[in-house]
Every structure is written in C-alpha cells, then in structure tokens.
Ligand binder design. Structure first.
Ligand SMILES: NC(=O)C1=CN([C@@H]2O[C@H](COP(=O)(O)OP(=O)(O)OC[C@H]3O[C@@H](n4cnc5c(N)ncnc54)[C@H](OP(=O)(O)O)[C@@H]3O)[C@@H](O)[C@H]2O)C=CC1
Ligand SMILES: Nc1c(N[C@@H]2O[C@H](COP(=O)(O)O)[C@@H](O)[C@H]2O)[nH]c(=O)[nH]c1=O
Length: 359
C-alpha cells in the first residue's frame, strides 16, 4: 500500500524525468529519487542524454552510503542489460537498496527483467505507483516502442474559424506570443520538427528552438520533393541540424553540404511510413509535425498522428486554408474522432490537446 510519502517521492521522480525530454532518444526519459532507511530524500537524478548515466546511477551517486536500507523510486523499471552503461538493477542491489518502487514496466525486450533481478537479490519490489502520470511523461518513447516508428505530434495554430493562413498565404502570426513560446517548448521536447514543401516555400521557416536556454535543438526536416529549396533558406542556417527529404532523382547540385534523405515516390509523393521508418533508424523517437495542412492530411491518412495540439486564437479570417486538407475522409462515418486530453488557456488563445480514438 503506497503512502503519501511514496506518492510525493514518485511525483518528484516524474518531474525529474521530464527534464530529459528532447535529449535522451533513443532512450526513454527516466527520473529517480532515493530515500534513506528512515524515509528522508538523500538522492535524485534523471537520465540526461543517451549514452550518459541512467537516472538511478545519478541518484545513487548523490545518495552514497545513505542509500543502504533505503527506497529507490523510479519512473521506469530499472534496466537489466549492459548497454553503453551497466545494468541499474545490479547497481541498486550493490548499493544495498532495500526497496524499489517503479511506475511503469519496461516494454523494451532488451532491457526488461530488472524487477526479477532485484527480487532474486532479496529487494522488495513494487510496480504500478502513479503509472498513468509516468506513462504520460514518457508518451513519445512508449508510443515509439509500441509502433516501431517515431511518435508524431501534429501541431497547428488556427483562427477560431479553423484557418491557418489568410487567402494570400500569410500566417504570421495567428497565435499569440505566449502560444508561440509554448511551441518552442514543444520543439525542444521533440527529436525532430517537420514541415512540408508548401510551408517551406510560403513561410521560409526557421524551425529551431528559440528562447529556451540549454535546449537541445531538434533536427529540422523539410519534405522538398524536387529540392526547390534556395541555399539562402533560413532552415539551412547553423542554429540546428537540418535534413532535406527529396525524391531519389532530385537534382540537389545547388545544395552542396546539405544532409539529404532520398526516398522513392509513390504517386508522386514521399511515403509517410517510409519516411518515419528512416527517421526511426536514425534514432528519432518523436516528431513535431508543424504542417502544413496538406502534409498533415497525408499523415492522418497514413494513421501516423498520435497526438494533435491545436492553438486556437480569437481571430477570424473567413477565407484561407483550413488547418487540415484532404485526409481521405469523404463521409461522416469515416470522420476521425478524437479524445480531448487537455484544454489550457495560453495568453489570449486556447490550447487543445487531443488523441485519435483507439490510438
Ligand atoms: N498556422 C499554422 O500552424 C501553419 C500554417 N501553415 C500555412 O499553410 C500553408 C502551406 O500549407 P500547404 O500548402 O498545405 O503545404 P504543406 O506544408 O502541407 O506541404 C505540402 C507539400 O509537401 C510535399 N510533400 C512531400 N511528400 C508529401 C506527402 N506524402 N504528402 C503531402 N505532401 C508531401 C509536397 O511538396 P513538394 O512536392 O514541393 O515536395 C506537398 O505539396 C502556408 O500558407 C503556411 O503559412 C503551415 C504550417 C502551419
Ligand atoms: N503561423 C503560425 C505558426 N506557423 C508555423 O511556424 C513556422 C514558423 O516557424 P519559425 O520560422 O521558426 O518562427 C511555420 O512554418 C509554421 O509551421 N505557428 C504558430 O505557432 N503560430 C502561428 O501563428
């Protein structure tokens, strides 16, 4: 039976885990809190970057000998495998931790088994404290493990009448400065930010994280089938890495030094699943899809949107492109229905977060 102290410690571990968002892929985010034998917190840590120490190791280092006889609260089942770092289950045993409480079992077949190792060594192990909160904190990674492709969050900023640009294509800015700052947080949490050729040509977007100190820059990706991008495009500056996705035979001689991913076309288009498979192979576990409406339609048609984040601004345009273009839906029974998971006022706007039903 979990005590209030257990809940407080696990909630702290979940908050610590979130500090790793955007910099741990292909690993999950993990937080850990260690209390001594009398229940006082003596160490904490989080997984900061792939290849670096796991959360438990940071927390054990901080706790030192005080971990002996104490409890470790971990957001994810301690790992059991020797990858770039040693197995955490063994480190907890060696430190003399008496009890381990974790929120979510590790679904990764290579890492699972930590709980069994701990139990075999006589450690008291409990699973399932604040599971929903911990899963929400690791949504991108858990989704990518389940689907074998990166988690895709589609974000758009629309007027109250659902438009993402005026009739002439202008769209700077529909949402408020507060909302746009919030988008930079989403960018910082993602491994990659993706736009389509239409947005690339109309907006000349920059797509880097701005205004967040110490943020890890996501990979900027643009689908530009025939490599129409000008070498002066803002996306090619050195603020963050950039990947241009083009057709196999695209002429890219005017873009020397640009990192290219060449993919075959299907009906004249780059295939969404092929793209995501390639990105997964490059270690990308979460993608922030920043439009535009045509590309969002292609992703939804492919069943490749895991979460929708819409910023609705108290603005009306009456004409101009809608947030979503054709998504392969022709009659109401095919409508894609969502569950709203959160509504949050951001400055004068409203941010709505939703998940496709059944996802
Ligand atoms: N307010 C907001 O949140 C946002 C507004 N916008 C606005 O939206 C407008 C641009 O949107 P839109 O014209 O729909 O363009 P998109 O940005 O959706 O890009 C679509 C283009 O992407 C390329 N592409 C490559 N593969 C695919 C595929 N599998 N499926 C679909 N497209 C693919 C094609 O261009 P190619 O052949 O050249 O490769 C296609 O024409 C602009 O006015 C912009 O300001 C855009 C983003 C966000
Ligand atoms: N117009 C619009 C958005 N547009 C999105 O932001 C991109 C521009 O990013 P950057 O060049 O880095 O500032 C643009 O290409 C499109 O994807 N976003 C929003 O939050 N609110 C807005 O009103």
């Amino acid at each position: 039976m979990a005590t209030q102290a257990d809940i407080t410690a696990m909630r702290r571990a979940i908050a610590l885990a979130a500090r790793g968002l955007g910099s741990t892929s292909p690993n999950p985010v993990v937080g850990c809190v260690i209390t001594d034998a009398s229940g006082h917190q003596v160490g904490e840590g989080w997984h900061q970057r792939a290849g670096g120490p796991h959360a438990e190791i940071h927390a054990l280092r901080a706790a030192g000998v005080l971990a002996r006889g104490g409890t470790a609260y971990v957001t994810l089942e301690p790992c059991n495998h020797t990858g770039r770092t040693g197995p955490c289950a063994q480190a907890l045993v060696e430190a003399g931790v008496a009890r381990v409480v974790y929120a979510v079992g590790d679904p990764n077949p290579q890492a699972t088994g930590g709980a069994a190792t701990l139990r075999a060594a006589g450690v008291d192990v409990e699973e399932g404290l604040l599971t929903d909160e911990a899963e929400a904190g690791n949504l991108a990674w858990l989704t990518s493990v389940r689907t074998g492709r990166p988690f895709v969050r589609w974000k758009y900023a629309a007027t109250l009448d659902g438009r993402v640009a005026a009739a002439d294509g202008t769209s700077r800015w529909i949402s408020s400065a507060e909302s746009r700052a919030d988008v930079h947080r989403l960018r910082a949490e993602a491994d990659a930010v993706l736009v389509g050729g239409g947005t690339l040509r109309t907006d000349d977007p920059h797509l880097a994280v701005r205004g967040i100190e110490g943020a890890t820059q996501p990979l900027r990706i643009a689908l530009d089938t025939y490599a129409g991008l000008l070498p002066t495009a803002r996306i090619l500056d050195d603020a963050a890495p950039t990947l241009l996705v083009v057709a196999e035979d695209a002429d890219t001689r005017h873009l020397p030094g640009v990192d290219l991913l060449r993919l075959p076309l299907h009906d004249g288009r780059i295939g969404v699943h092929e793209l995501l498979t390639q990105l997964y192979a490059r270690g990308i576990r979460s993608v922030l899809l920043e439009g535009g409406p045509t590309l969002a339609g292609a992703f939804l048609t492919a069943g490749a949107v895991d979460q929708v984040v819409g910023y609705l601004a108290p603005v009306l345009l009456g004409a101009g492109p809608n947030a979503l273009a054709d998504a392969g839906i022709t009659t109401l029974t095919q409508a894609l229905r969502l569950d709203i998971t959160e509504t949050t006022p951001i400055g004068p706007d409203l941010r709505i977060t939703a998940t496709p039903k059944g996802a």
